[in-house]
Design a binder for this molecule. Structure first.
Ligand SMILES: Cc1ncc(COP(=O)(O)O)c(CNc2cccc(C(=O)O)c2)c1O
Length: 458
C-alpha cells in the first residue's frame, strides 16, 4: 500500500474525480468510500487495516481467490514478450490460440469455438449480434427477437441492459432496444402458489412458449437465461424448468443461450451451470471466473450449429473489439482456468465445499423468524428476508430490509450482497470448510442483530 496517502486523501481524490458504477455518487461522497487496499484468499483489507471476509468473491468473479503469485508472474512475462497485438486482419498470437484450445477442452461437448470480449456485457452484446447474424446467414433474417426474463441480469451495455429484466435500468437510456421481449422469472417462492416445484418449473417454462407464440415463432431468434439468476437474487429454478425450456426452444426452432457469466467456471460445482441443470444451449456467454477477475476478459462459447452457420454461410462477421483476445488477458485466463482444473478447485466445490456450504447454510439460516427460502447450489446461495414466514408475506418497501441487513454485515467486516430482500453469497471457490464455519458464525450474529431491529420496530 502506497504510504504517501491517507484514507482521507484517497477519499477526497475519489470524491472529487471518480463517478462510481451503480452508485448515487452524491450519497456515496457524503459517507466516503471504503478504500480496499489488498486481498488474500477470501479476505480483503481496507486502508484502516480492517480484515474483511469477502462472501461475494468481488463481484461473483474471484473464483480462484485473491493473492495468487502465479497469475501476476504470467502477466509480467506476457507483457514483456508481447504486451499487445490484435486478432483482426488475419493475425493471432500464441496465448489466445492456447486459451481457445483449453476452453474447448473444459466446455461441454459440442462447443469448439469461442469469441473474445472484455466483459460479460460485451459477451452478451456479441451474442445478440451473433444470433441475429446467424439467422440472417441461414436465410431467416426475420428471426430477430430475443426473449429474456424479468429480473434477469445481462449487463450494462445497451444490448445487455435491454435483454436484462431490471426495469430500473430500462428507465435510464430509453431501453429496451427493439426486438427484445421478457417473460416472468421462475421464482417458485413468489409465483409457485399451490403447485409443487416440479409442476411450477414446467409452468414457468411454458410462459416462454406463450411468448414465442405471441411474438410468432418465425420472428423469435433466441431465449436467453442465466442457469441461476445471480444479480436478480439467486433465483434457482425447479429441476424441471431448464429441460422443458430446451424442449420448447427445439420445438419452435429458437436458439437457446445460457448466460454463464456468474455460473461459469465452477460456481455451481460443475464447470458450467448448464451441466448442473441438465440442458444443452446453442451458445453461452462468460466472463468473471474466466480470469477470476485478475484481468478483464469475456468469451462467447459457440456451439456446433451456430458455429457452422457463421463459418460456412456467415462471411465476414463485422463485430469485435480492439482488445478481443488480448495477449496478457488471455495468458492470465489460461493460467487461471488451468489452475481451477489442475488444483481440483472445481472438483472440490462439487464434492466437498459445495455440499458442506449447502448443508451448513440451511442449518444456520433455517432457524430465523424472518428468513425463508434458504437455497443454494455449489457455492452460490441465498435466503429471502420475509415479514411472515408462515404466510410467505414479504416486507414492505422491497429492498429496505435487505439494505439494512447488508449494512449490518458490512459493520461486522463481512461482505454479502442484498439483491432486494434476497441476501446472497458467492465466495471465492477456494474457501475452506473452516472458513465457511467462521463466515457463517459472523453472519448468524448479524442476523440476530437484524431480527432485534425488526422486533424493536414492530
Ligand atoms: C449473468 C450476467 N451477465 C452479464 C453480466 C455483465 O458482466 P460485466 O459486468 O462484466 O459487463 C453480469 C455481471 N454481473 C454483475 C456485475 C456487477 C455487479 C453485480 C451485482 O450483483 O451487484 C453483478 C452477469 O451477472
Amino acid at each position: 500500500m502506497s504510504q504517501q496517502h491517507t484514507t482521507q486523501d484517497w477519499r477526497a481524490m475519489d470524491a472529487a474525480h471518480h463517478l462510481h458504477p451503480f452508485s448515487d455518487t452524491k450519497g456515496l461522497n457524503a459517507q466516503g468510500a471504503r478504500v480496499i487496499t489488498h486481498a488474500d484468499g477470501i479476505y480483503l483489507w481496507d486502508s484502516e487495516g480492517n480484515k474483511i471476509t469477502d462472501g461475494m468473491a468481488g463481484l461473483w468473479c474471484v473464483n480462484i481467490g485473491y493473492g495468487r503469485k502465479d497469475l501476476p508472474e504470467v502477466a509480467k512475462r506476457q507483457m514483456e514478450e508481447l504486451a499487445y497485438y490484435n486478432t483482426f486482419f488475419k493475425t493471432t498470437h500464441p496465448k489466445v490460440a492456447e486459451l481457445s484450445a483449453l476452453l474447448a477442452s473444459v466446455a461441454p461437448d459440442g462447443f469448439e469455438h469461442v469469441f473474445y470480449t472484455n466483459s460479460g456485457s460485451e459477451s452478451v452484446d456479441t451474442m445478440i449480434r451473433m444470433v441475429r447474424h446467424y439467422w440472417s446467414s441461414v436465410g431467416k433474417p426475420e428471426k430477430k427477437v430475443l426473449i429474456g426474463r424479468w429480473n434477469g441480469y445481462h449487463g450494462s451495455t445497451i444490448g445487455g441492459a435491454s435483454l436484462g429484466g431490471m426495469s430500473y435500468m430500462h428507465e435510464q437510456g430509453d431501453l429496451p432496444i427493439p426486438g427484445i421481449a421478457h417473460v416472468e422469472q421462475p421464482w417458485y417462492y413468489k409465483h409457485g402458489k399451490d403447485l409443487t416445484p416440479e409442476e411450477f418449473g414446467i409452468q414457468a417454462a411454458q410462459w416462454i412458449e406463450a411468448k414465442i407464440l405471441e411474438v410468432g415463432a418465425d420472428k423469435v431468434a433466441a431465449f436467453v437465461g442465466e442457469p441461476v439468476q445471480g444479480a436478480g437474487g439467486v433465483i434457482i429454478p425447479p429441476s424441471t424448468y431448464w429441460p422443458e425450456v430446451e424442449r420448447i426452444c427445439r420445438k419452435y426452432d429458437v436458439l437457446l443461450v445460457a448466460d454463464e457469466v456468474i455460473c461459469g467456471f465452477g460456481r455451481t460445482g460443475e464447470w458450467f451451470g448448464q451441466t448442473h441443470f441438465g440442458f444443452k444451449p446453442d451458445m453461452f456467454t462468460t466472463a468473471k471466473g474466466l480470469s477470476s477477475g485478475y484481468l478483464p476478459i469475456g468469451a462467447v462459447f459457440v456451439g456446433e450449429r451456430v458455429a457452422r452457420g457463421l463459418i460456412e454461410e456467415g462471411g465476414d462477421f463485422n463485430h469485435g473489439f480492439t482488445y478481443s483476445g488480448h495477449p496478457v488477458c488471455a495468458a492470465v485466463a489460461h493460467a487461471n482456468v488451468a489452475a481451477l482444473r489442475d488444483e481440483g478447485i472445481v472438483e472440490r466445490v462439487k464434492n466437498a465445499t459445495g455440499p458442506y456450504m449447502q448443508q451448513r447454510w440451511r442449518e444456520v439460516f433455517g432457524q430465523f423468524a424472518h428468513v425463508d427460502d434458504v437455497r443454494g447450489v455449489g457455492l452460490i446461495q441465498a435466503f429471502t428476508l420475509v415479514k411472515n414466514k408462515a404466510t410467505r408475506e414479504l416486507f414492505d418497501n422491497w429492498g429496505e430490509a435487505g439494505t439494512q441487513c447488508r449494512d449490518i454485515f458490512f459493520k461486522h467486516n463481512l461482505i454479502m450482497r442484498a439483491c432486494g430482500d434476497h441476501i446472497v453469497c458467492a465466495p471465492p471457490l477456494v474457501i475452506t470448510k473452516a472458513e465457511i464455519d467462521a463466515m457463517l458464525e459472523t453472519a448468524v450474529a448479524c442476523l440476530r442483530e437484524f431480527e432485534q431491529l425488526v422486533a424493536a420496530r414492530s
